[in-house]
Design a binder for this molecule. Sequence first.
Ligand code: PEP
Length: 252
Amino acid sequence: MRKPYIAGNWKMNLTPSEGKAYAAELSAAVKKAGVDCRVMIAPSFVSLPGVVEAVKGSDIVVAAQNMANHLAGAYTGEVSPEMLKDIGVNTVILGHSERRQYYGETDEIINSKVLLALSLKMEVVLCVGETLEEREGGKLEEILERQLRVGLKDVLPAEMGAVTIAYEPVWAIGTGKTATPEDADSAHAFIRRTVAALYSEDIANNLIIQYGGSVKPGNIRALMEKENIDGALVGGASLKLDDFLPIIIFSK
Ligand code: PEP
């Protein structure tokens, strides 16, 4: 039985004080609603300490949106996973399409981050997804297979319990265009088959696969009804309680 996992990626939004106040509000609302899914929020680096403090005592997971692929050293502007762990952040989103697109992160770089995070016993949300051009060129499966095979290279079967996959078609992120629940489910089924081939049926069956791309209160239920969709990675709609809470309590 896979427990639904709803995550909010705040991207470069909300100041540390706004983020802290919102996290406290969200934490209280989630507690009151008594939800039975996992909830995660990923603020910017500078907001992390305040948000960790604001959700203390709740089950909300606080994640980073990225991290360095080194533990320490002369890497100006980077944030080490050890620094994250030191402030109580044990989960990290890696390979988001904006990191791939704007900051040149390759599958190999992403893989080095995945391995480093797992070696420190952190949980990873690994994002994969195709561009519109790749989808229209019939390359969906080729792209997803490569992103998974290279992104998960040398990850041990025993470490796969700490890995969540987020399927985020690039053309659906922040555009208002959502993949149909059927299209998303079929991509998720392909991801599960690929993980079964790389690891085992058992690992694939237990794998949480989130969908991301313009998820809103109005489309979460139809997405979550699909067999292979286990949660959501939400961008824009995770920034306001009025949008994010109904997504979290989609099943009520
Ligand atoms: C995201 O950034 O991961 C995302 C899915 O964004 P949005 O929900 O705004 O499309």
